[in-house]
Write a protein that binds this ligand. Structure first.
Ligand SMILES: NC(=O)C1=CN([C@@H]2O[C@H](COP(=O)(O)OP(=O)(O)OC[C@H]3O[C@@H](n4cnc5c(N)ncnc54)[C@H](O)[C@@H]3O)[C@@H](O)[C@H]2O)C=CC1
Ligand SMILES: O=C(CO)COP(=O)(O)O
Length: 369
């Protein structure tokens, strides 16, 4: 009898879910903090949250992962915020994921395919994933959403979480909302909601993975356009017009790619709310404003390195990827704003073209959207 009792904690512990966060940038660190505050409270999760750190050496000569574990702070990507003592930084990707059955992917999108390849065949059989990554990949045979890459490469199901979520504001515990997109299994979606939800971070779920993910991905292109308007000092009405045209293109593009995308998704936090917050206060907007102020004479790469100190822009790359899709599918004329953002980013058009082309071509392409 006594041996049965002594086994109880073992079985209890085996049934608990273990979470790994793959990524430790600005949002990655905040996501780990949010999750870690919940795993301490929720009995169905192990307290510890493993956070994979893309290792780098700080100016002090120390390794970032070691400093995070000593100070409980990501001094480079989220300075001044304690992550929670149960967040453990791990520079070894395979080791970070090996024991976890709940994998949270949150790195800049351009690194995701390589990361998936590295952990292929090295994760638990019962693993589930969620992607917080805003972006997509474009291949010869067309665009692939990041959640699809995760599912295909790792052979596991993948939800997404997107929303009006400027990471630094969530780190301050100011109220915001987010949307979990799921494909079929509402129960799994609710488990993710449970893991992220806090009194200041209100999460709901919708059955529309592609819609949610495309909202998060495409709003970064519109934010670049909004930044151009700010840099050119054209005022709020112009910026609102660009946001409206952008939202229209986001919806049309998403529905052309996936007929399953739902209209209501654009009214969730992942849709119009994320578009607004990113166009007001995001990094894409900020760098695009500087680009326009310099008349397009300084490249985005240069501005990103100088202004973001290691954080990464997603909008410029996404504009290029969207442009490739538009070219391949013969849709260029129907998406003047998306097309113009890319042309400006590669300095084929001046920043002022954002209004001229978006507005002009918009008149002529209205019917096809
Ligand atoms: N920061 C924010 O407010 C929000 C960001 N997101 C999305 O979250 C995703 C991740 O962004 P953040 O966490 O903000 O990252 P970040 O832009 O702050 O930091 C860049 C990260 O990339 C890592 N990195 C650099 N080179 C790498 C490589 N070769 N391989 C792997 N990793 C490398 C860096 O170590 C760092 O952790 C992006 O898709 C972004 O759009 C979503 C919502 C809010
Ligand atoms: O996605 C974001 C807010 O939800 C952050 O946008 P930026 O990458 O432009 O800062």
């Amino acid at each position: 009898m006594s041996s049965v009792f002594s086994m109880a904690p073992f079985f209890e512990s085996e049934n608990k879910s273990r979470v790994a966060v793959i990524g430790s940038g600005n949002w990655g660190s905040v996501a780990a903090k949010l999750i870690a505050s919940n795993t301490l409270k929720l009995p169905s999760f192990h307290d510890e949250v493993r956070m994979w750190v893309f290792e780098e050496t700080l100016p002090s000569g120390k390794k970032l992962s070691a400093v995070i574990n000593q100070t409980n702070e990501n001094v480079k990507y989220l300075p001044g915020i304690k992550l929670g003592k149960n967040v453990v930084a791990d520079p070894d990707l395979e080791h970070a994921v090996t024991d976890s059955n709940m994998l949270v992917f949150v790195t800049p999108h351009q690194f995701m395919e390589g990361i998936c390849k590295r952990i292929q065949g090295k994760i638990r059989k019962d693993a589930q994933a969620i992607s917080l990554v805003k972006g997509m990949e474009v291949k010869r045979d067309g665009p692939s959403m990041i959640s699809t890459i995760i599912s295909q490469k790792l052979g596991i199901s993948c939800c997404v979480l997107m929303g009006a979520n400027i990471a630094n504001e969530i780190a301050q515990e100011n109220f915001s909302e987010a949307t979990v997109g799921y494909r079929e299994n509402k129960e799994i979606a609710e488990k993710w909601v449970h893991l992220f939800n806090t009194p200041f971070f209100s999460v709901s779920s919708v059955q529309d993975v592609e819609g949610v993910e495309l909202c998060g991905t495409l709003k970064n292109v519109v934010a670049i356009a909004a930044g151009f308007v700010d840099g050119l000092e054209m005022g709020n009405n112009t910026k609102a017009a660009i946001m409206r045209i952008g939202l229209r293109e986001m919806k049309a593009f998403s529905k052309l790619l996936f007929s399953s995308v739902k209209d209501n998704t654009f009214f969730e936090s992942c849709g119009v709310a994320d578009l607004i917050t990113t166009c007001l206060g995001g990094r894409n907007r900020k760098c695009a404003e500087a680009f326009a102020k310099h008349g397009g004479k300084r490249s985005f790469d240069e501005l990103e390195a100088e202004m973001l100190q290691g954080q990464k822009l997603q909008g410029v790359l996404t504009a290029k990827e969207v442009h490739e899709v538009l070219c391949h599918r013969g849709w260029l004329e129907s998406f003047p704003l998306f097309a113009t953002v890319h042309e400006i980013c590669i300095r084929r058009l001046p920043p002022a073209a954002i209004v001229k082309y978006s507005e002009h071509t918009h008149q002529h392409s209205r019917a096809s959207l």
